[in-house]
Design a protein. Structure first.
Length: 166
């Protein structure tokens, strides 16, 4: 009898820790998109509209880096107001028109507004930023360059690290 109670207790603990581990971690970073259907270029194909999957990828990246850079108790609210991804689609050849061509003339551009709040909810810093990187192809490591949105995420990472430094 005692063994079966112990087994039930252990099973309950295991189930509880499993459920606890399955709960998503809440982020201290909120990311919104203002009129995303009007973004300059957040498409995954030629003449495509804004790709919501791409925006979710950018949101997740901002939250991940922001959570890492934020001081304990602080919160960050970011609203992307325009996105122009690195590269362009070149029309013409049906086999390659949905391939984003990355060249140094097609720089990533992201416009955003933000608010940084301290642990008491007071605004510590806020503003609007127009992020660009004219040297995006030459100042980033070669590792993972083939991943989707690599240059755009690097642009956001650089901004977050500089903005949240103090």
């Amino acid at each position: 009898m005692k063994t079966s109670n112990t087994l039930l207790f252990v099973a309950a603990l295991a189930a509880g820790s499993f459920l606890h581990a399955a709960e998503p971690k809440t982020s201290s970073v909120t990311v919104n998109f203002k009129e995303s259907e009007r973004f300059t270029d957040a498409a995954s194909r030629f003449n495509g509209g804004t790709d919501q999957g791409y925006l979710e990828s950018l949101r997740t990246h901002i939250q991940k880096v922001g959570d890492h850079e934020l001081a304990p108790g602080y919160k960050l609210e970011v609203t992307l107001t325009d996105v122009d991804l690195a590269g362009e689609f070149v029309p013409g050849n049906l086999n390659t028109q949905d391939v984003r061509i990355i060249k140094d003339i097609y720089i990533p551009r992201i416009t955003l507004s933000f608010r940084l709040l301290d642990a008491d909810g007071r605004v510590v810093k806020e503003g609007e930023r127009k992020l660009t990187d004219l040297n995006f192809m030459s100042n980033i490591s070669l590792i993972d360059r083939n991943l989707p949105l690599y240059y755009d995420k690097a642009l956001l990472s650089d901004w977050l690290k500089k903005e949240l430094k103090s």
